[in-house]
Design a protein. Sequence first.
Length: 271
Amino acid sequence: MYDQYGDLLANLLGSSAVHIGMYVPHGTRASVTTLVDLADVAQDRQTEHLIDTFDPARGTRVLDIGCGTGAPALRLAERTGCRVTGITVSRTQLARCQERQAVHPAADRVEFAYGNAMALEYADASFDAVWSIDCVPHLSDRALGLREALRVLKPGGRFLLTEFTLRGTPTEAEMSAYTTLWACPPLRPFAALIGEIDEVGFEVERVQDMTTNAVLCGELMGVLYQDRREEIEQRFGKEALTHTDPLIGPFRSFTRRHTGYHVLVLRKPAG
């Protein structure tokens, strides 16, 4: 077997050895038996890491811009004791947030609302801190979104955000596949992002390069798409496959070769 198919097996299993990898640290209670489970655990780990990085004080008021389906906001409130207001531009996501909130132990410290990150319906300096996970990259006017976050922050308040950046020079097909599947404007180099942050008026307090995780996420998305084609067709229709099939290849190439990913902690000047 190994004489004939050893290299093929290495392409599927990994090439540093010929054995199973430790995807879950020994002794942990995480139940991971599928790639979907692994993706869920990875998201939970990222949430915990961002909470560790941000660490808002108990009782502070935090705005979660682009709160998704609510789990990070609820976990942030549960772990730190802060009070979180989460906003999303999706009515479907908002309904899922409220479902989660109804059965969560930190429900009384979290509220969810419909809201536009580029036109926040909150008074100036009304939040002690702001965080935004993978939301800013989707904004049609990122500078406006940053200015709105700055406006609602109290002087000296911190803003944690994650942002995708551009590495190298992708082909037109790669960039188009990425912006179509990710529903976002074209990415910018990291230096351009920092320049925009400075122009808006934030101070950069901390930067973490987490590009490897974005690359792995793109790879896993491609694999899961192929693995779950039948389920996708049943739920979303054949047109979803017709739309997505030609994009997956260049999308994976883009994330592998041209996507950067950073966690940034910014601060609104105190003066």
